[in-house]
Write a protein that binds this ligand. Structure first.
Ligand SMILES: CC(C)(COP(=O)(O)OP(=O)(O)OC[C@H]1O[C@@H](n2cnc3c(N)ncnc32)[C@H](O)[C@@H]1OP(=O)(O)O)[C@@H](O)C(=O)NCCC(=O)NCCS
Length: 165
């Protein structure tokens, strides 16, 4: 993929970078406004991909969601594992439409996961999001449990276990 990728902990990001990240999250994910700045600050790592013209073309994040949200997701999906083992969530994967199909989405996710090789990670997606499901499968995630509803949309849970488990 052409351009430059940065992976940064939120504390190492400038105010401008955090705002730009939040702008793309809002562009890609309706209804994710509530507490967004705080969730970005609390996350483990943020990935930014800038196009050669220096515009932000893609983002992804390793979130550290609160236990209540995580427990609820695992319960709703009837996942046969303990949510406490999955502290990180891969999410906010968004590629600006003009840049799609160049494997930026997969590239950012792969680089984020390489930062946490020994962590169990979960992700959720709509069951009809074929591209995201392809990316998750390529990165070693497997689907568990059953589809569930959250904020008026149907979602499915994917898990990547750590090599030690
Ligand atoms: C999902 C998204 C991040 C993918 O980003 P991307 O950089 O365009 O995806 P990639 O180029 O990495 O493509 C990944 C794979 O999916 C394939 N693919 C493309 N369109 C597809 C489709 N409609 N169905 C299935 N696979 C598809 C690609 O060919 C590629 O496979 P390959 O590696 O075997 O060639 C991007 O489409 C997006 O921002 N969507 C809106 C936000 C979103 O849905 N985010 C995920 C929320 S969980």
């Amino acid at each position: 993929m052409n351009g430059t990728t940065y992976l940064k902990e939120p504390v190492a990001c400038s105010e401008c970078e955090r705002l730009e990240f939040a702008r793309l999250v809002r562009q890609g994910f309706e209804g994710s406004d509530e507490g967004l700045e705080g969730r970005i600050t609390d996350s483990r790592c943020l990935a930014f991909h800038y196009a050669p013209n220096a515009t932000l073309a893609a983002i992804a994040g390793l979130k550290a969601p609160d236990a209540r949200y995580r427990d609820d997701v695992f319960k709703q999906a009837e996942a046969p594992v303990s949510p406490a083992d999955y502290e990180l969530e891969l999410g906010w994967v968004f590629v600006v439409p003009a840049h799609r199909g160049s494997r930026m989405g997969e590239g950012l996710c792969r680089q984020l996961l390489a930062r946490v090789p020994n962590s169990c990670v979960f992700a959720t997606t709509r069951p009809n999001n074929g591209v995201m499901i392809k990316i998750l499968s390529a990165l070693g995630f497997t689907r568990v449990g059953k589809p569930y509803r959250r904020r008026n949309e149907q979602l499915v849970l994917y898990l990547r276990s750590s090599p030690r488990s």
